[in-house]
Design a binder for this molecule. Structure first.
Ligand SMILES: Nc1nc2c(ncn2[C@@H]2O[C@H](COP(=O)(O)OP(=O)(O)O)[C@@H](O)[C@H]2O)c(=O)[nH]1
Ligand SMILES: [Mg+2]
Length: 363
C-alpha cells in the first residue's frame, strides 16, 4: 500500500483532540483522496441466511469493576440490534464474577447470558517466559512512555484475546462472535441479522475502525511473523485479492506499517481462529515471548493474520455500525445509513470510510 503521502485531508486537527485523550493509539493523519465509488449497503434483502439464525454469541471480557460500563454497552446493543435477534452473551473474567454483577448484567437482555472464569492455562505466564526479562521489558517500555507499559494484566489480556478466547470452554460451541467491551457506544439501528450475514457471505472478519499502533510495543513483532511466514509460505494469500499489501508501505513489502483493525470491535469467525493456520501463527508468536517482553496487542496480532491468510472477499467493513470506543468514533456519512444512526459523521475517524470497502488505507 502506498502511504498516500501528502493526502492529509483535514483529519489531523480533528483528531488532535482525540489524541489528547488516548493513551493507546497512534493516530496517523493520512486519509484517502476523494474518489467515486458506491458503497454496498447490506440490508435484509441483500443476502439469504443459510440457516436462519447463525450459531453465534457476543463475547465479552470484563472485570467486576466494569459493571456500569458493560451495562451501558449491552443496553445499547440490545436497543440497536439484539432485542430482535436474541443472540446469547458469553462474559469472561480472570476472577470470579460477583453475584451482583451477574444479576445486574443478566437483567439487561432476554437472551441467555453465560458467565465464565479463565484459568491459568489461558491467563498467566507460560513456563517458557523469563520473568526477569519480562520485568526489564516493562521498564524499557515505561521509559519510552508507551501506554500500558508497566501493566502485567494488560499483557495477559492481550495474549488471551490473541490466542484463547475462541477456545475457552464457554465459547467452543459457537461459530461466530461479536466482541463487545464495557463503555462503548452503538449508534445505529441494525435491522438485519449481522451474524446470518457473516455466515451467508462466508465472511471471516469484520471491523469498523482501523489505525496504526505504537512502534515501541511491537519492535520484534514483524521479524517474528516473518520467521513464521518462511515456515508456511503455502498458507499465505497472493494475487489481486490478497490483503497483504495493506500491511506495507514499501514496495518490497518488507516492513510492517503498523496498520491494524481496532479489535475492541470485531465480528468474526471462531472456526477460522481455531484453524490449524491461525493456531500455528499464534503459537509461534507466543513461544517468542513478545506478549510479555514487549507488549504486543491483540489488534495487530489478529490483523496481520487476517491480511496474510484471508482474501478481500473474506473480510467486511461494517460501515453501517456506528460505534464509539474512547476516543474514536466510526459514524457513517452516507445519507441512507446516517438516517438510521444517532451520531455525527463529521467526527468519524477516517472520514472517507466508504472507500475502505477495498481496504486501501488504515485510517
Ligand atoms: N477480566 C479482565 N478483563 C480485562 C482486564 N484488562 C482488560 N480487560 C478487558 O479487556 C478489554 C480491553 O481492555 P481495555 O482496558 O478496554 O483496553 P483498551 O481498550 O486497549 O484501552 C475490555 O473488555 C476490558 O474489560 C483484566 O485484567 N481482567
Ligand atoms: Mg477498551
Amino acid at each position: 500500500m502506498a502511504t498516500l503521502a501528502g493526502s492529509v485531508i483535514g483529519s489531523a486537527a480533528e483528531h488532535a483532540d482525540q489524541k489528547a485523550h488516548t493513551p493507546h493509539v497512534e493516530l496517523r493523519a493520512t486519509s484517502m483522496p476523494s474518489q467515486s465509488g458506491s458503497i454496498k449497503v447490506h440490508t435484509k434483502k441483500d443476502f439469504v441466511p443459510k440457516t436462519g439464525k447463525a450459531n453465534a454469541a457476543f463475547i465479552i471480557l470484563a472485570r467486576n469493576s466494569n459493571q456500569a460500563g458493560l451495562l451501558s454497552s449491552m443496553q445499547q446493543n440490545e436497543d440497536k440490534f439484539n432485542s430482535n435477534y436474541n443472540y446469547p452473551y458469553v462474559i469472561l473474567n480472570d476472577q470470579p464474577f460477583t453475584d451482583e454483577f451477574m444479576q445486574v448484567i443478566s437483567s439487561v437482555t432476554k437472551a441467555q447470558v453465560k458467565f465464565g472464569t479463565i484459568d491459568h492455562s489461558m491467563w498467566g505466564y507460560p513456563q517458557w517466559i523469563d520473568q526477569e526479562k519480562a520485568a526489564k521489558g516493562r521498564k524499557a517500555l515505561e521509559e519510552k512512555k508507551a501506554p500500558y507499559a508497566s501493566s502485567e494484566s494488560y499483557r495477559h489480556m492481550c495474549r488471551f484475546q490473541s490466542g484463547f478466547f475462541f477456545r475457552h470452554p464457554l465459547t467452543m460451541e459457537y461459530d461466530y462472535y461479536w466482541r463487545i467491551e464495557p463503555d462503548v457506544n452503538f449508534y445505529c439501528n441494525i435491522d438485519y441479522d449481522v451474524f446470518a450475514f457473516m455466515e451467508a457471505k462466508d465472511v471471516k472478519y469484520g471491523w469498523t475502525l482501523s489505525l496504526t499502533d505504537y512502534p515501541s510495543t511491537l519492535e520484534t513483532f514483524w521479524p517474528t511473523v516473518q520467521k513464521w511466514i518462511s515456515k508456511h509460505p503455502e498458507w499465505m494469500t497472493s494475487g489481486k485479492s490478497s490483503l497483504r499489501p495493506w500491511l506495507h508501505d514499501d514496495d518490497k513489502m518488507e516492513k510492517y506499517n503498523l496498520c491494524h483493525f481496532w479489535s475492541n470491535f470485531e465480528i468474526g469467525s471462531l472456526k477460522w481462529l481455531r484453524s490449524e493456520q491461525y493456531v500455528s501463527y499464534f503459537d509461534h508468536l507466543d513461544k517468542s515471548g513478545g506478549f510479555f517482553y514487549e507488549r504486543w496487542g491483540d489488534a495487530p496480532v489478529h490483523s496481520v493474520a487476517v491480511a496474510l491468510m484471508l482474501n478481500e472477499s473474506d473480510v467486511h467493513f461494517f460501515n453501517d455500525i456506528g460505534y464509539y470506543h474512547p476516543p474514536l468514533t466510526h459514524c457513517p456519512s452516507e445519507p441512507q445509513l446516517q438516517a438510521k444512526c444517532a451520531c455525527n459523521a463529521s467526527v468519524s475517524f477516517g472520514m472517507y470510510s466508504s472507500h475502505r470497502n477495498a481496504i486501501t488505507n488504515c485510517v
